[in-house]
Ligand binder design. Structure first.
Ligand SMILES: [Zn+2]
Length: 141
């Protein structure tokens, strides 16, 4: 999640990367910077058309593809569901997916980060990036 001024800086970065900020792109970027809940394309379309009724679902799909190609957003292919998206400028974190509600919970563990580095180093690698997804159910009682 980020503030309006961070969203503005983000647009500036994209423009510098040669991405023309059209109205639908701005609308979608705003939704992703304000949402923080990793919406899927249909949900992004629902929110976008509430802001700008002229946006079509195909515009949303096309824009998501372009923003992904430019490295502006991350696509998550979480198990058993459509791709979900988030802004790429958020700090590194991993995800826990609630299998009952589909909620995506962000977390970061310095211990896990350090352990991954250690494992990669032992195997003769340095990590360029990683994705870690935990799937779980809320414990009862
Ligand atoms: Zn996330």
């Amino acid at each position: 999640m980020s503030t309006a001024s961070q969203a503005h800086d983000y647009e500036k970065l994209l423009r510098e990367a040669g991405v023309r900020i059209t109205r639908p792109r701005r609308t979608i970027l705003r939704i992703l910077s304000e949402g923080g809940d990793h919406p899927d394309a249909l949900e992004i379309f629902r929110r976008a058309s509430a802001i700008d009724p002229s946006i079509s679902l195909s515009t949303v799909y096309r824009t998501m593809r372009l923003l992904e190609d430019k490295g502006a957003i991350h696509r998550h292919a979480f198990a058993n569901g459509p791709s979900r998206f988030e802004q790429a400028d958020s700090d590194h974190h991993d995800h826990l997916i609630d299998m009952d509600t589909g909620a995506v919970i962000e977390f970061r563990s310095d211990r896990i980060e350090a352990l991954q580095d250690e494992i990669a180093r032992e195997l003769g690698y340095e990590i360029v990036f990683h994705r870690l997804e935990l799937y779980g159910r809320k414990r009862r009682g």
